[in-house]
Design a protein around this ligand. Structure first.
Ligand code: M6R
Length: 366
């Protein structure tokens, strides 16, 4: 059942080239720039004319929502708010009929997300669901939606569901952007071609496994970890920290790298491993200075960089090189080494990777 892997989590990490492909299959044609998604087509005018999009989710799905905020605002120029479902539902939020609420959930059974949907529905908003489990409660409660085709996810730590969600959300952002005219056809074509190359690049990133085992050995006894990223990699920093916390029980925090100087920098000393996602993108120069700040305080830097980079490697203690891609798609690649890092550290610490203490695969209670 685990397909020869020691744990479901590892199997699911390795399934990502396939699950990402399955989540994009039949939904785009690179040559023409054509994009198709049934659920979106049905509500196309709503999407095009929406005043704003509110994304509700929890945990890892919320992180996928944050990536979508960057994607939709940049490609489709619609304001996006990303909300923890648990806060949104009790806040007396302002919701109108012109709002579109996108609910993201792997299981489709998360109680808080379901309650947030019911609230938004009662105010007349259009509800769009992104679920992995067909026929789940959330899928049934929405007006329309798109499934992620990640296949069953058994490990409590979400991995392939996250990359499938980001894939589907990328396609949605492109559809809205092209319909609204904020995204030119040539760019759509380029992005589709780039997205099509992602499964092979994830395959490349998975080859980093042995190197990540070696790095994990060095840091398995750490008591704290910081994860830093900017732009599209900021949600990935949060996701990397969550993965480490939930399966290895090491305290970890994810931060937007520039926020470090507003507090967390006080934590940095020679004991503190800092995972910096520093791929070549529009924030690259800025993150170079963030790495310098960490090194000046003797923090141990584990850097995720774009293949061929020489600047960050000259400063970092450990370097993990991932393939190049458009910054819009980078989370699909930069999250892979972080999943592997948390997995190996957890295994080395003797933790129950697939069923961490105190956690359930779907959180059906508040
Ligand atoms: O099934 P959902 O996507 O609604 O679940 C949301 C969270 O409970 C879930 O992502 C949780 O944070 C995972 N254990 C993270 O790995």
């Amino acid at each position: 059942e685990k397909g020869g892997y020691e744990h479901f989590m590892l199997k699911e990490i390795y399934e990502q080239p396939r699950s990402i492909l399955d989540s994009m299959r039949g939904r785009m044609i690179a040559e023409s720039g054509h994009l198709m998604m049934g659920g979106v087509r049905e509500y196309e005018n709503k999407f095009v004319n929406a005043d704003r999009i509110i994304i509700v989710a929890c945990g890892t799905s919320w992180h996928a929502g944050l990536v979508a905020e960057y994607l939709i605002e940049d490609l489709a120029r619609i304001p996006v708010e990303v909300e923890y479902a648990s806060e949104f539902r009790y806040r007396n939020p302002i919701i109108t009929e012109k709002d579109i609420v996108i609910a993201i959930s792997q299981s489709g059974e998360t109680a808080d997300t379901l309650a947030a949907i019911e609230l938004a529905k009662s105010k007349g908003a259009t509800i769009f669901g992104i679920c992995n489990v067909v026929g789940s409660s959330i899928a049934r409660a929405t007006d329309a939606g798109a499934y992620t085709h990640a296949g069953p996810e058994i490990g409590v730590a979400s991995t392939k569901a996250f990359t499938a969600q980001v894939t589907v959300l990328t396609i949605i952002a492109m559809i809205i952007g092209s319909k609204r005219g904020t995204l030119e056809t040539t760019r759509v074509r380029q992005l589709i071609a780039e997205l099509e190359s992602i499964p092979a690049k994830v395959e490349e990133a998975l080859k980093l496994n042995d190197q990540i085992v070696e790095i994990s050995k060095k840091f398995k006894d750490a008591t704290n970890f910081l994860y830093l990223g900017r732009g599209y990699n900021f949600p990935v920093a949060l996701e990397g920290a969550l993965k480490l916390k939930e399966i290895s029980y090491i305290h970890a925090e994810g931060y937007p790298a520039a926020e470090m100087k507003h507090g967390p920098i006080a934590l940095i000393d020679e004991q503190m491993p800092v995972v910096v996602i520093a791929t070549k993108d529009s924030s690259y120069e800025k993150i170079v200075s963030n790495v310098q700040e960490v090194k000046a305080r003797k923090g141990k830097v584990i850097a995720i960089v774009t293949e061929g980079d020489t600047t960050i490697p000259s400063m970092a203690d450990h370097v993990i090189e991932i393939p190049e891609t458009s910054e819009h798609l980078m989370p699909l690649l930069s999250v892979i080494p972080l999943q592997l890092l948390s997995y190996h550290i957890a295994v080395m610490r003797g933790c129950n990777v697939d069923q961490p203490r105190n956690l359930a695969k779907s959180v059906t209670v508040e």
